[in-house]
Design a protein around this ligand. Structure first.
Ligand SMILES: [Zn+2]
Length: 174
């Protein structure tokens, strides 16, 4: 099943409300955003602090999806806070659930503009939590889209890699 909802903005990682220098985010031009993140092998206090920092950053920026590489941390951590799903998955492995495809607009903290992207409507993700415990969860709807977006960042992929089309923001006059 294919649903098409070009008018519904998924409000993924929405534009930061503060300047890049104080967001703690890598600028969109940073080549590190294009590298696959490193697998986490040490589940210690520092990792738990990193995950807590990711959620703080998401809350501060009002974003629904964030991956550690976007926040300057080259580790495989994908975080989602969306429609009651608030989860960080360490070393995520994503499986598409063959439930259908949804095409919708996405925005991204690491890529200016809007991107029309087709995503599976439901996914299963496995990995670990910040304490090293196994995670296995199935999500659908917008949280599934957010999770796919965040896991893409862990793999060094951006919405432009998947976009059917895009719209750029108007250029600033100053
Ligand atoms: Zn993004």
């Amino acid at each position: 099943m294919l649903s098409y909802s070009p008018d519904s903005d998924s409000c993924l990682d929405a534009a930061p409300r503060v300047g890049d220098r104080v967001t703690g985010l890598r600028p969109p031009t940073d080549e590190a955003l294009r590298r696959p993140a490193l697998q986490v092998t040490l589940f210690d206090r520092h990792l738990r602090e990193d995950v807590a920092r990711l959620f703080q950053l998401m809350d501060r920026l009002g974003t629904s999806a964030l991956a550690a590489p976007q926040a300057g941390l080259d580790l495989a951590i994908a975080a989602v806070s969306c429609h009651g799903v608030r989860v960080a998955v360490v070393n995520p492995v994503l499986y598409d659930v063959v439930a259908g495809v949804n095409i919708s607009w996405e925005t991204c903290l690491s890529a200016p503009g809007r991107w029309l992207v087709a995503r599976a409507t439901g996914v299963v993700v496995t990995g670990r939590d910040e304490r090293g415990r196994r995670r296995h969860l199935a999500v659908d709807g917008l949280p599934a889209r957010c999770l796919q977006h965040a896991v893409d960042h862990v793999r060094g992929r951006l919405p432009v890699d998947r976009a059917i089309t895009s719209s750029r923001p108007p250029s600033k006059s100053s």
